[in-house]
Write a protein that binds this ligand. Structure first.
Ligand code: ARG
Length: 572
């Protein structure tokens, strides 16, 4: 159980013992050492509800509060906060368990079947900067949820269906006949542009493209095979990026829009039987009273266009239905740009009405903001095009290479290249993950590649420092006892014991930035501890205990960065 939960349960019990039932103990980690390690803030709310003096109530609660073996000191502060100081022996025992466990001693919640849907690119075009955040955030959520014991399914809901594929396949056939398709498909955007140009300029080509769409949709084997070839080539582009960025996604995680295609007529019929459909201007829509416009009219969620075509929304309903009925998901995280927020709200509302979502299932839109340029507008290249992801990743690695070469010119080139990859990609990922996902941020190479502040290079460097201390201590005894004495030891130890608290917070709100702040705090507290408490110059039990703290700091940084998809190095 997380420490937070442990304390929460005890405070809730104490509140109940003084006659306050169902109160929220509101346990928070203390913001300053003088407030202890945790604060219970819920007494104030309870006192307000009971119209009694909060300080008096806090005194009653503390009299009943049993934190034996957990806290060594409990104080009432201000108008009725309860400050809780953890017992060093309790902390040390938790750290000792963490040291000998790959999962750092965390206890696992009841396992859930969780899908993380992310990346979900449209295969007609090349991956660009707009695909960066979703990929990075989704991957971190996969790693965190798996680590805490959930059964996680990765899902890449690629856009692989729709009219533009007729045009693309037609162009693929045409350029192959001219012997140049392989060459062109190396650059998907150029390929797309040329296809579009052919479509706009040559009526015979346009007719062929339209014919392909019809044949594709009616399941014509020949056109399907061509379409599959195109999809495969396009996915190969994505895979190259996923590998370079170190994402977990593979072909096995792809279940694209086309997968649901055959099910859409069945689904629309089901909605009709349920009485949810209304015809509106020739289209089939579900009216949603929950979403009224200014005139007070309900929003129309269109599931079938005039003429019978299906839409993005229809496919998403198909996907929800599949994920509920076939996969039995407990939770599904849709990591998608926040600009699609209304789509998802309406999707979930419609799905609930139709019974495609279990009442207790948590299907959530994990929205994220946009990456901005220095001018505060979405980042573009100088010529105004969207930044290709492949170029961005190469630039990150190249910049890191220059940085590493400047710092360690004597290092072998191959080693510098290897470090540059970990630092460059790590910096890019960390810069993203360390910000709240809900807001936009301004892209800044210098800030993300700095060795100071809350950055990946700082943390990667901190890790190498810890490792270098451990390498120097030949007498390090991994079985030694942790004994917490000095304040700097206690602060570091308490932070190390809170790893589980943080993972639980990250998983619950799908917010990786809490893990970043946590790791930064651990690294900072380690530096302070390192300055205040000599490790290699100390002796005996104290020395061994401090080495244990260093070892666990290293393990926590490595594991934590690993959960963010960031590699550590033994030296840099
Ligand atoms: N392919 C879509 C796009 O590029 C994103 C898909 C998001 N996922 C979903 N289930 N709708 O905008």
């Amino acid at each position: 159980m997380t420490i937070q939960q442990l304390i929460n349960d005890r405070v809730v019990a104490a509140l109940a013992a003084v006659g306050v039932e169902g109160a929220n103990a509101a346990i928070q980690t203390a913001s300053k050492p003088e407030f202890g390690d945790y604060q219970a803030n819920g007494v104030m709310g309870a006192a307000k509800a009971l119209k009694t003096n909060p300080r008096a109530l806090a005194e009653q609660v503390v009299a009943k509060l049993d934190l034996a073996g957990i806290a060594s000191k409990i104080e009432i502060a201000g108008p009725g906060f309860i400050n809780i100081h953890l017992d060093p022996a309790f902390v040390a025992a938790r750290l000792q368990t963490a040291l000998y466990d790959d999962a750092l001693g965390i206890s696992k919640p009841a396992p859930q079947k969780v899908m993380v849907e992310y990346s979900s690119v449209n295969l007609a075009k090349e991956m660009h900067i707009g695909h960066l955040r979703g990929g990075i955030i989704g991957d971190a959520l996969v790693r965190v949820n798996s680590f805490i014991g959930h059964d996680v399914i990765r899902q890449n809901h690629v856009g692989d269906w729709g009219t533009q594929f007729g045009m693309l396949v037609a162009h693929m056939v045409e350029s192959r006949a001219a012997g140049e398709a392989e060459l062109e498909l190396k650059d998907l955007d150029v390929f797309y542009k040329h296809s579009k140009k052919r479509f706009d300029e040559d009526p015979a080509f346009a007719d062929l493209a339209r014919d392909y769409v019809v044949r594709l949709q009616s399941g014509d084997a020949e056109v399907l095979a061509l379409w599959q070839q195109f999809v495969k080539l396009s996915l190969a582009h994505c895979n190259a990026i996923y590998r370079k960025l170190g994402l977990l996604l593979t072909d096995d995680d792809v279940r694209g829009e086309s997968f649901y295609n055959d099910d859409l007529p069945v689904l629309v019929e089901e909605l009709r039987q349920l009485g949810l459909l209304t015809e509106s201007q020739g289209a089939q829509v579900v009216f949603l009273d929950e979403f009224k416009n200014k005139e007070g009219e309900p929003a129309a969620y269109i599931v079938q266009k005039q003429g019978g075509g299906y839409l993005y929304a229809t496919t998403d309903l198909g996907a929800i239905r599949f994920r509920t009925r076939q996969l039995g998901l407990d939770r599904c995280l849709y990591v998608v740009d926040s600009r699609q927020s209304l789509h998802f709200q309406q999707l979930f509302t419609t799905a609930r009405k139709a019974g495609f979502l279990r009442a207790d299932a948590q299907f959530e839109h994990i929205g994220h903001g946009t990456i901005m340029g220095p001018d505060g507008k979405p980042l573009k290249t100088r010529s105004g095009d969207s930044v290709k992801l492949v170029d961005l990743l190469d630039e990150a690695i190249e910049r890191a290479y220059l940085l590493v070469s400047g710092k360690s010119p004597e290092m072998a080139e191959s080693e510098r290249r290897q470090i540059a990859e970990a630092v460059g990609i790590g910096a890019l990922k960390y810069a993203d993950l360390s910000k709240s996902r809900n807001t936009d941020y301004i892209f800044d190479w210098d800030a993300m590649l700095s060795f100071e502040g809350n950055t990946a290079p700082y943390l990667q460097y901190a890790y190498t420092r810890v490792q270098s201390v451990l390498r120097k201590a030949e007498d390090y005894n991994p079985a030694a006892a942790i004994v917490i004495g000095e304040p700097a030891e206690k602060q570091l130890a308490v932070a190390l014991s809170q790893f589980e608290d943080v993972l639980s917070t990250v998983a619950e709100g799908s917010q990786p930035h809490h893990l970043c702040s946590y790791l930064y705090n651990v690294a900072t507290l380690f530096s302070r501890f390192y300055e205040a408490c000599p490790i290699l110059k100390s002796e005996g039990e104290v020395r061994q205990s401090r080495l244990q703290l260093a070892a666990l700091t290293g393990k926590t940084l490595k594991t934590g960065l690993g959960l963010l998809g960031i590699a550590v190095l033994e030296a840099m």
